[in-house]
Ligand binder design. Structure first.
Ligand SMILES: C[S@@+](CC[C@H](N)C(=O)[O-])C[C@H]1O[C@@H](n2cnc3c(N)ncnc32)[C@H](O)[C@@H]1O
Length: 290
């Protein structure tokens, strides 16, 4: 496809038209479940503009033509998804969840698993972004199993975005992001760059090996995940989905949890308006009966 240089953009449309915004937001909703109401138009415009600049596409209209062409659907879709999704995350984000996990959920799961002869915990960080959440879980779980002889754990970390999964795989973070990690855990589980000019850290290989990263779309009809999870963290993504999509997702989580397993959702999210069999345990923490 041939385009004129981006510098000629003043001849193109300066704003995303309502029609093109609708087409893009409908595509996003259908493919990843994220709702982009009219209030998100300026945000979409800004983010799409960056892609246009990168691709040297001179107008919003031409960008849409490209996105919806046969070639564009395959090539541009991952970039468009990256452009419109929010990847904000932190180590030990919403610390009360990790307290609850450590003090309440893991001890209960340990005695339940032990009674059925299983000495492992299976954890899933769904919508893991760049890895801070699954590596936080790995630190908490590692500390927990260190006190129990013969116990182990696995962490599945999934997201729709290849870009954040790649970052999670590198497990390299800027120094300023590690402040929420308690000092003793920093000493145990982070490696400092040998180059003093580089203010970066890396998660130790032992924890990296515990986290299995995988691309997974939460709005898929079914998840290709074998075995039951003991704990699912799905935080700060459902908030972007409509009610029907949320209900379907919660049903799927229910099926993938072991009886007595826990679901943790984001601080601004709730199951109270949804039809769900989950039992409320504490704010934003739910349990499957059994
Ligand atoms: C705000 S981050 C949340 C990260 C982490 N759970 C936390 O709470 O810190 C939301 C993540 O959801 C992912 N996401 C959005 N739609 C998704 C979908 N349909 N399937 C899987 N992941 C999705 C985004 O790529 C992004 O990384």
């Amino acid at each position: 496809m041939a385009y004129t240089a981006y510098e000629d953009a003043e001849h193109g449309d300066a704003h995303l038209s309502d029609k093109d915004f609708r087409r893009l937001s409908e595509w996003i909703h259908a493919n990843i479940g994220v709702c982009m109401g009219p209030e998100k138009k300026t945000l979409m415009e800004g983010r799409v503009k960056k892609r246009m600049r990168h691709l040297k596409i001179p107008s919003f209209q031409k960008y849409c033509e490209f996105v919806f062409s046969k070639q564009g659907k395959g090539e541009e879709a991952p970039f468009l998804i990256d452009a419109v999704t929010t990847n904000k995350t932190d180590f030990f984000r919403e610390p009360a969840h990790f307290e609850y996990l450590n003090r309440t959920a893991l001890p209960r799961l340990a005695s339940r698993n032990a009674s059925s002869g299983r000495n492992t915990f299976r954890i899933w960080s769904a919508a893991c972004s760049s890895g801070e959440e699954p590596y936080t879980l790995a630190m908490v779980l590692q500390e927990y199993v260190d006190g129990m002889s013969g116990w182990d754990y696995t962490i599945l970390a999934t997201d729709i975005s290849g870009t954040v999964l790649e970052k999670a795989g590198q497990a390299v973070y800027q120094d300023e992001t590690i402040q929420p990690i308690p000092l003793p855990l920093r000493k145990k589980y982070l490696l400092k760059s040998r180059n003093p000019g580089n203010s970066i850290v890396r998660i130790v290989p032992e924890l990296r090996a515990k986290v299995q990263l995988r691309k997974l779309n939460l709005i898929a009809d079914a998840f290709d995940i074998s075995g039951e999870m003991d704990v699912i963290f799905c935080r700060n993504v459902m908030i972007y989905f409509d009610r029907v999509t949320q209900e379907k997702l919660i049903q799927k989580f229910y099926q993938h949890l072991s009886p007595g397993g826990y679901l943790f959702i984001g601080h601004a999210e709730s199951l109270s308006n949804l039809k769900t069999p989950f039992v409320y345990m504490a704010p934003t923490i739910y349990r499957k009966d059994g």
